[in-house]
Structures are given as C-alpha cells and as structure tokens.
Design a protein around this ligand. Structure first.
Ligand SMILES: Cc1cn([C@H]2C[C@H](O)[C@@H](COP(=O)(O)OP(=O)(O)O[C@H]3O[C@@H](C)C(=O)[C@@H](O)[C@H]3O)O2)c(=O)[nH]c1=O
Length: 190
C-alpha cells in the first residue's frame, strides 16, 4: 500500500499494490489492520456503488451531519473520476479548502475522505463505476450538501464537468456560508 498525504491534513491517497501475472493482477484493495494503523481507526459499516454513464457527470458536494457523519474510502472500479474533498471542520486551519485526486480503475488508487469533509466527483470516462465504503449508515434526514460550484470553495472542476448532469437535489444545494452552525464538525472528529 502506498500512502500520499494531500494538502489538507488527514486526507490521503492510497494506492494498493498489484501483483501482476499472465492472467492480469491480484490486489488487496482494503485491509482493516493496515487502514487502522496507517490512516484512521474507523470501522466501515456500508459499501456503496454508483454508475455514471456519461463523461462529465457531477455528484456532490455531499456529507451527512452528526451523529451520522461518514468517513468515505473512495475508488473507481471502472473508468475514472476527479474526486474532491472539502474541509468543513470548524476551527480547522484549512476550513473551506478543497483537495482533489484523479482516481482511475487502471491505477486502483483510492481517496480517504474523513468525517468533517464534503465529498463530490466528476466522471472523466464513460460508464464510470465508483465504489466506496462509509463509516456510518446512510441516513436520509442527515444527508446534506453544498453547491458544487460554491465560489467560496472554488473547486477547479475539469472543463468537461457538465452542470446538466446534476441531480435535482444537487441543483438546489446551499452555499457553505448558508450551512447552519449545528452542522459543525470539530477538527478532532476524524
Ligand atoms: C447515498 C445513498 C443514497 N441512497 C438512495 C437515495 C436516492 O434514492 C438514491 C440516489 O441517491 P443520491 O442522489 O444521493 O446519490 P449520489 O448523488 O450518488 O450521492 C452520493 O454522492 C457522493 C458524491 C457521495 O459522497 C455519497 O456519499 C453520496 O452522497 O439512492 C441510498 O439508499 N443509500 C445511500 O447510502
């Protein structure tokens, strides 16, 4: 497993080793002991998968409020994404800052998006399948978001990002400034 710290504390890119042979490769894509020791001492309780057919599909920026907040371990099993995490931990020196990684099925790299972050992505290839584990169960009433193009955050989305692909929910997300204070995440909640 290769670990790369991104420009916001606690957000890391993980690239599992691949053992190639004539048939293809074998890879351990997740190990609980390694993850706890090297990334975060968290338990994953749910695994999700989404298919986006078109290039430029944007999903996000999403989070679940407390007590259902989720850390997310994200990877592509087909295609590629521009994957984004935004720090919304009050008191964090990097509050409001975004970081991104290009995740591809070819490389098998993953992004760890801790509790206290918005998460979203844009597909870079057709028929992209994203798979991610989360540390809390889905809770519809805790499911929140922020506008993907909030100027205060200023994510530099790829040019092919297509606003027409946004879900009805994501067309109406508030700005980060409009988030009520009770969505606060403490900086230590990772
Ligand atoms: C996220 C989620 C959605 N759903 C349902 C609700 C809805 O009917 C349908 C589609 O949901 P959404 O439109 O929210 O799906 P989507 O826009 O793909 O939402 C996802 O976006 C990425 C960026 C994330 O970070 C995820 O945590 C999640 O928020 O699936 C579940 O049943 N369980 C879940 O865990």
């Amino acid at each position: 497993m290769k670990l790369k710290q991104l420009d916001v504390a606690d957000v890391v890119e993980i690239t599992p080793a691949r053992h190639g042979d004539d048939r293809g490769y074998f890879s351990e894509t997740f190990r609980d002991d390694w993850f706890r020791a090297n990334v975060a001492d968290m338990t994953f309780v749910q695994e999700n998968q989404s298919l986006s057919r078109a290039v430029g599909v944007v999903r996000g920026l999403h989070f679940q409020s407390q007590p259902a907040a989720q850390g997310k371990l994200v990877r592509c099993v087909a295609g590629a994404i521009f994957d984004v995490a935004v720090d919304i931990r009050r008191g964090s020196p990097t509050f409001g800052k975004w970081v991104a990684a290009t995740l591809t099925a070819d490389e098998g790299n993953q992004l760890w998006v801790p509790v206290g972050f918005l998460h979203g992505f844009c597909t870079l290839a057709p028929d992209t399948i994203v798979s991610y584990k989360v540390t809390s169960y889905y809770d519809r009433s805790s499911d929140k978001g922020v506008a993907w193009n909030d100027p205060d955050i200023g994510v530099a989305w790829p040019e092919l990002a297509d606003p027409e692909t946004l879900s009805p929910k994501d067309r109406q997300q508030p700005s980060l400034r409009e988030l009520p204070a009770y969505f606060d995440f403490a900086a230590a909640e990772n």
